[in-house]
Design a protein around this ligand. Sequence first.
Ligand code: URP
Ligand code: ZN
Ligand code: ZN
Length: 463
Amino acid sequence: MALLIRGGRIITATDDYVADVYCADETITRIEPSIDPKSLPPKDLEVIDAAGKYVFPGFIDPHVHIHLPFMGTHAADDYDSASKAALAGGTTTVIEMICPGPTDEPWDAFETWKSKADGISAMDYTFHMSVVRFDESARQQLRKIVGAGVASFKVFLAYKGALDLSDEDLFGAMKLARELGVIVTAHCENAEAIDAMQKSLLAEGKTGPEWHGASRPPVIEASGVHHICAFAELLGTHVYTVHTSCEAAVREALAARQRGVDVWIEAVAPHLVLDESYAARGDFEGAKYLMSPPLREKRNQEVLWGGIKSRAISTIGTDHAPFRFEDQKQMGRDAFTMIPNGISSIQERVDLIHTYGVATGRMDLNAMVDSCSTQAARIFGMYPRKGAVQVGSDADLVVYDPGYRGKFSLEQSHSRVDYNAYEGWDRIGRASVVTVRGRVQAQDGQFVGTLGRGQFVEREATH
Ligand code: URP
Ligand code: ZN
Ligand code: ZN
């Protein structure tokens, strides 16, 4: 198989130029002002006309949940639906969170999560390994998991009794990460404070989804960021704050960076475009928009967009965590604390950023590529194999039509949720052609590829 993409405007994190791209089998092998198809071996050559379109490196989502046993249920997607959704939206590689229970063996969890993707996924995939307990056995298994190519940990300061770690275990896990050279990604909200706030709200009869935000205000997230950065400062561990949602949390991370802490900041699509008013919608509608950290006051969005523009915030992920409204979100009808946390966005992310970031002038195309692809590849040890349009890089490419106009809708969604958080919103731009290692896997929002083509991306510890 060979692919020639002709006349597109190639946009990377730093460059913007018109050229032809030739991919022999799975790799980009030539990028030149003009490549004559007649000069190429004709056998199995696919020529794609990209005139008037952008050619981006495949987008990388550094924060997704696909197999997720959580809050008494399981997230609604699997690698069949999630990879179709991701590819339809231009995402060619994801980093999924492995989230075992507190008594599970880490190695078993790694094998379970990997088995859900192997042979099924149509996109490439890798994992962050959550540390939910830290004893000698866990330590040995974590070493083995890093050796198997999972070069990042995840820690939860939130979710008391389910995923959170004691400070002793957190310290131990971060020390091990430093020793192994792996980065620690962290959900930064203080579990104890949230638990206390939730209890007092429920005791006052404040049970609806509109109270979720009040149970975990910005100061709780800021204190979580401060906490992880304090441990990072003590230990020299590199850390990454996931789904950073508000000005207070961003400020804490930047203050730590000023002190010399190696901290990277992730924003996620829902926090950039949805605000707390969605979670306050009546008739339990707010449950559709319940995630953690919660949707914030609108003014925080400009702080996040500004941080991306200035590149103080490195990445934009989704925190894709799909739960159906009709049955799963209903589990919390009597208490918001029982509503499964999460919003589906894996398909919509790139177009949301293009529509509400680039088209509004909040960021340029280079920043879009940097935050939605290249930085994730760099931070998590995949660059320049991923996140780049370079000779030698994997031929993961997105031919993007900026002239497309449409609406976001459930009808077009491949995810198995029964609602679209962005239903009816204007959409500018669409991935016309999406390739994974040289094969076309999606076209104009439709999956046209092969399930099982996706590969596990082994990553080396680089921190
Ligand atoms: O609400 C969220 N974010 N659900 C998924 C779990 C997590 O905290 O990332
Ligand atoms: Zn989280
Ligand atoms: Zn998450």
